[in-house]
Write a protein that binds this ligand. Structure first.
Ligand SMILES: Cc1cc2nc3c(=O)[nH]c(=O)nc-3n(C[C@H](O)[C@H](O)[C@H](O)COP(=O)(O)OP(=O)(O)OC[C@H]3O[C@@H](n4cnc5c(N)ncnc54)[C@H](O)[C@@H]3O)c2cc1C
Length: 388
């Protein structure tokens, strides 16, 4: 008999939220992370409005708000040719800007308070198996931990995905992101900014503590230009995109590629949640919402499987279907947005169009903010405004 009902691998938003939900439901849950918290994570650090609502449902929003995050009312998107539009969230909702070392630590604390045993500084290297099904994990030093189920919430390049051989193909979309915090000469008035450059883009948003997050995404041949000196490349990118007055306050983190397609998010004795369960491109900033919403679906599925005493992939199939319903349209929108972002003239055309018809800019920002369904973009009146 395992001491643990579930071992959760990874203490990002997906792992800590899944673990907290399961512990609140009375299960014995162990959460493992290779990092010690607080830890930084390369990210634009913006929680979209649906992510804020998910934090509220988790019972963690008050704790997050007490850290004094920045408030986000919308996004300004600028094409490389200078054309730009503003998209606003509906007046009754907003997003948040908050450093990941702050947010993720608060969510770990929330999980601990819910009854999760959290062990950090432990890297999971393999999965433990019993009769062909996953039945726990193996730590880097060879220690085995038995559990009735394993939740893979270990992000991009997940070891759980690799050991289950669930990666569909190697990444095709090749991008590199450089992220750091800066102090800006002037406040940003509640909106984030995305400025596309010739090869890539720069995202800029205020977070907590008077800092702003700058994330530079580089594509194609430009990736070679980063070379071994990411700090120098990043500082140069600040100048190139008109942020000469910004002062960098920490080291530049690098990550990429982000394209992480998985075949499915379930296996006998295991399921995947958050980035581990599949990721494409950070441009639309939906990852934290997907991690938190995915945690709701994952916790529901694990709870049902443990109660039924059947943790087979067949018993978890409902989770796979629920994920497809919840995230399928958003994933298709991400591919469409990427098609525009990677074609500067197309993005310039769209930005000009959206600037003249603000309702279009609002609609796209609300769909990517997950406050309006993606299908709302297909309303006849919006389509008419786009093409006429
Ligand atoms: C450049 C960039 C910008 C982004 N900007 C935004 C944004 O502005 N807004 C937004 O919503 N999303 C954004 N995202 C996406 C967002 O960062 C992710 O979707 C989100 O972090 C997913 O959370 P997660 O819990 O699944 O994984 P993670 O946050 O990656 O957490 C995974 C955890 O697993 C741990 N781990 C990994 N391997 C092991 C192991 N073997 N053993 C133990 N522990 C392990 C790691 O230490 C980590 O703590 C961005 C992503 C990128 C790359």
């Amino acid at each position: 008999m395992s001491a643990w009902d579930a071992v959760v691998v990874g203490g990002g938003p997906a792992g800590s939220a899944t673990a907290a939900r399961l512990a609140s439901a009375g299960f014995a849950v162990l959460l493992l992370d290779r990092a010690a918290f607080p830890r930084r994570k390369p990210c634009g650090e913006c929680v979209n409005p649906a992510g804020v609502a998910a934090l509220h449902r988790l019972g963690a929003l008050d704790r997050v708000l007490a850290a004094d995050p920045a408030r986000l009312d919308g996004w300004r998107i600028a094409a490389a040719d200078g054309r730009a539009f503003l998209g606003r969230f509906p007046a009754d909702v907003h997003g948040l800007g908050i450093g990941r070392e702050v947010l993720d630590t608060l969510l770990i604390e929330h999980a601990r308070d819910a009854g999760v045993e959290v062990r950090t500084g432990l890297k999971v290297a393999d999965l433990r198996r019993e009769g062909g099904r996953v039945a726990g994990v193996v730590i880097e030093d060879g220690t085995e931990i038995a559990s009735r189920m394993v939740v893979g919430a270990d992000g991009l390049r997940s070891v759980v995905v690799r050991r289950l051989q669930l990666l569909r193909r190697p990444p095709r979309l090749r991008k590199l992101a450089l992220t750091a915090h800066v102090r800006l000469p002037e406040p940003m008035a509640g909106r984030g900014e995305l400025r596309t450059l010739g090869a890539g883009c720069v995202g800029l948003a205020e977070v907590d503590g008077g800092r702003a997050n700058v994330t530079v995404v580089v594509t194609g041949d430009e990736m070679h230009a980063v070379g071994g000196d990411r700090d120098a490349y990043f500082d140069g990118a600040l100048l190139r995109c008109g942020l000469a007055g910004a002062e960098r306050v920490d080291d530049v983190l690098a990550t990429g590629p982000f394209d992480w397609p998985v075949r499915r998010a379930i296996a006998d004795g295991a399921l995947l949640v958050g980035d581990a369960a599949g990721y494409y491109d950070p441009f639309t900033g939906q990852g934290i919402f997907r991690a938190l919403r995915g945690a709701e679906l994952a916790a529901e599925a694990v709870e049902a499987a443990l109660h039924a005493g059947d943790v087979s992939a067949a018993a978890l199939a409902g989770y796979e279907r629920a994920r497809r319903r919840a995230f399928g349209p958003g994933e298709r929108l991400q591919h469409l947005v990427e098609a525009f972002v990677s074609r500067p003239r197309l993005l310039g055309w769209a930005a000009g169009r959206f600037a003249r018809r603000p309702v279009l800019g609002d609609a796209i920002i609300r769909a990517t903010g997950d406050v309006r369904p993606v299908s709302s973009l297909l309303s006849p009146s919006l389509v008419a405004r786009l093409v006429l």
